[in-house]
Design a protein around this ligand. Structure first.
Ligand SMILES: C[S@@+](CC[C@H](N)C(=O)[O-])C[C@H]1O[C@@H](n2cnc3c(N)ncnc32)[C@H](O)[C@@H]1O
Length: 195
């Protein structure tokens, strides 16, 4: 499905980074950053431009090819890894940042990925997430149509046990991030740190 969706000349989520990531980027210590489900690479390329050493993981080879093209256009390098997050081994204790922007996985996989993300962060490492909540089903301005793939703050607080949540909010905000994410939206945002 994702290869098919990405197989068009334009960047369907745009080439600008996610607003919440831009707001929070200064909390990430300099070093290696892992972008989960980075798709066409708008967030990974942005982070590389800020001086981070970026690894972008996604299941879509078509998306990751576009991510590499975007990196070339911006004169930066990123590592891209094609993998299913269900079995992607997140290297332990080494990431200055782990980024999850609109990474909507089935709950059992999401829970496990979050556990691996907590273990993956170096001490002082920063986890940044923005995703649609179940309330987004009423807005019809983007995101998965299946409630199973949506997430709320209390669930994420449990799944990210081991991190100190510095910013954890469910909000409504205007999103203009490409043709598939457009309009007033219900999202959950997290910025958390490993002690
Ligand atoms: C809504 S897009 C978001 C892409 C990117 N994070 C952004 O904000 O532009 C969701 C991404 O999740 C990826 N994805 C979905 N399930 C995945 C899985 N099990 N393993 C790896 N990537 C996955 C898709 O390939 C797609 O690139």
């Amino acid at each position: 499905m994702w290869d098919q969706r990405f197989n068009v000349p334009e960047y369907i989520y745009g080439t600008n980074p996610n607003d919440f990531l831009v707001e929070m980027v200064n909390h990430i210590p300099k070093g290696r950053v892992l972008c989960l489900a980075d798709g066409e690479g708008r967030n990974g390329v942005y982070l590389a431009k800020q001086g981070y050493t970026v690894t972008s993981v996604d299941q879509s080879s078509v998306g990751l090819k576009k991510a590499q093209d975007l990196a070339t256009v911006h004169g930066v390098k990123i590592e891209t890894v094609q993998a299913d997050l269900a079995d992607y081994p997140i290297e332990e204790g080494c990431w200055a940042g782990i980024i999850s922007i609109f990474c909507h996985l089935p709950p059992s996989i999401r829970k496990d990925v979050h556990k691996r993300a907590v273990n993956g962060l170096a001490s002082d490492g920063c986890f940044i997430l923005e995703a649609y909540t179940p309330r987004q089903l009423q807005y019809k301005t983007g995101g998965p149509q299946s409630i199973d793939l949506l997430m709320d703050l209390p669930t994420l607080q449990q799944e990210l046990n081991g991190l100190q949540i510095k910013h954890g909010k469910e909000i409504e905000r205007q999103i203009e991030e490409g043709s598939y994410h457009s309009g007033l939206s219900a999202v959950v945002q997290i910025m958390a740190r490993k002690a």
